[in-house]
Design a protein around this ligand. Structure first.
Ligand code: SIN
Length: 284
């Protein structure tokens, strides 16, 4: 436990990223001093977790709005009556989960999402963890030579191959139905491969296996070997932390500094989460 805070308690989850915050009740309007401390922890650890917080949808939205505008999800089903809250659900008879491979939410947007919050409403008895990886660590541990090459590159990101019509036609993916509006998958964006995080000022590796297509001015084939090297490097276990959910747990991750992956190891059980995404700013 770290004792540097007046209004919360903070327990880091590992050496790379992630911290659990306790001593806070998110069902109440949290005071500014407490929010300032939570922001400090978010900046330092890139993903923060809370336990035993059974929030009403109104209070989920109220907490999310303390961080910025809510991005209403184009592709996911939403909680009835609350379009700002996306549903991340897998039923006992469904095989595929949502977010089951490494990605960074909304990197295909010109102003990518600041962060995403996941509120656990129903979780399996075991399994269904989420794994996070630190893109600060991924960048910091590259050689000076590769850092300098990447510093001159930008990368192309897209939503089309993940959420567009071609995906919806794949017969063996039962997320079809939970992920909707293939015609809305039109987003393409170019971002620096190494970004300066808008709040912390730290350098972060900003490519991800989910949405990055290739480097600007390079073909996809030319880009593939270097991207694959970066992906294998960034997913090294020592750059990750793994969160085990319970009902009432919340995770809030910084999309400018992390990847995440939902582990699909709970066949036959239901997992139902609410997700709220916070709008971000263009990256440089
Ligand atoms: C997501 O990628 O947003 C889903 C993460 C999860 O369900 O753990």
């Amino acid at each position: 436990m770290i004792d540097d805070y007046n209004t919360i308690r903070v327990k880091p989850l590992g050496g790379a990223l992630g911290a659990e915050i306790s001593g806070i009740n998110l069902n109440e309007a949290i005071p500014d001093e407490q929010l300032t401390e939570v922001r400090q922890v978010f900046g330092q650890y890139a993903v923060i977790f809370f336990r035993n917080q059974k929030l009403t949808p109104e209070n989920e939205i109220r907490f999310a709005k303390r961080w910025g505008e809510i991005n209403t999800n184009r592709f996911f089903s939403s909680v009835e009556g609350y379009p700002q809250i996306a549903l991340v659900v897998k039923e006992p008879d469904q095989k595929n989960n949502i977010g089951g491979s490494w990605h960074t939410d909304h990197s295909y947007d010109i102003a990518p999402a600041l962060g995403s919050m996941l509120f656990a409403h129903e979780v399996p008895v075991s399994g269904g963890d989420t794994v996070f990886a630190s893109m600060y660590k991924a960048y910091d541990t590259l050689s000076d030579g590769l850092k300098s090459t990447l510093g001159n590159l930008r990368a192309r990101h897209s939503s089309v191959h993940v959420f567009g019509a071609a995906r919806a036609k794949k017969g063996n993916d039962d997320t079809v139905g939970r992920i909707k509006n293939p015609e809305a998958a039109t987003q393409e964006a170019i971002h620096p491969v190494v970004i300066i995080h808008p709040e912390t000022g730290r350098k972060s590796l900003y490519v991800n296996p989910g949405f990055t297509l290739g480097f600007e001015g390079w073909s996809d084939e030319e880009s593939k070997p270097l991207l694959e090297y970066l992906y294998a490097h960034a997913a090294r276990p020592e750059f990750t932390c793994r969160f085990q959910w319970k009902e009432g747990s919340i995770a809030f991750w910084d999309n400018r500094a992390t990847w995440h992956l939902a582990v699909n190891d709970y066949q036959g059980s239901r997992r139902m989460m609410h997700r709220i995404t916070i709008e971000g700013t263009p990256l440089s």
